[in-house]
Design a protein. Structure first.
Length: 157
């Protein structure tokens, strides 16, 4: 589901729950808690697009997906994080599909600067063109027109 500035606290709880390795994979550096809180406070909600998978109970998100516009028309930088206990259940793939299907702007290409293998696998699973590079952006996903995911695809978090 789409996120907005009102979801800032839930996003912060989600990102603060990431361990050192996951923070590095998500941001390309290891952010401490104070730096991470400042980063969340500084998000430009009008310019970026966010989707999240909410917990059934408690604060925070099980997964969060961020799209940041780039200088290339229709190309957006993609960042995604999924909490360790719910990985490999399809939440990241469902969020990626939803973000592409429900984009409120031109979107034909997603750029993954860190080239995480899970992003490559998700892109292939969704039938996107996948291009790999030795330098950032390490992954380029060419997305096509997709229908909105059904309830079964979105699953239950």
């Amino acid at each position: 589901m789409p996120l907005s500035a009102e979801d800032r606290r839930a996003l912060a709880v989600h990102l603060l729950a990431l361990d050192t390795d996951d923070r590095y994979a998500r941001f390309g550096c290891t952010l401490g808690d104070a730096a991470l809180r400042n980063w969340v406070r500084g998000i430009s909600w009008p310019a970026q697009r966010w989707w999240g998978w909410r917990r059934r109970t408690g604060a925070g998100l099980l997964a969060a997906l961020q799209l940041v516009p780039t200088a290339e028309p229709g190309a957006w930088e993609l960042a995604l994080s999924v909490q360790r206990p719910v990985r490999r259940l399809g939440l990241g793939t469902a969020l990626l599909s939803a973000a592409v299907c429900r984009a409120d702007t031109e979107l034909h290409c997603l750029l993954g600067h860190h080239g995480h293998g899970a992003l490559v696998a998700m892109g292939r699973r969704l039938g996107y063109g996948v291009q790999l590079s030795g330098q950032p952006p390490r992954v380029r996903l060419q997305v096509g027109t997709r229908g909105a995911p059904g309830e079964a695809e979105m699953g239950q978090g």
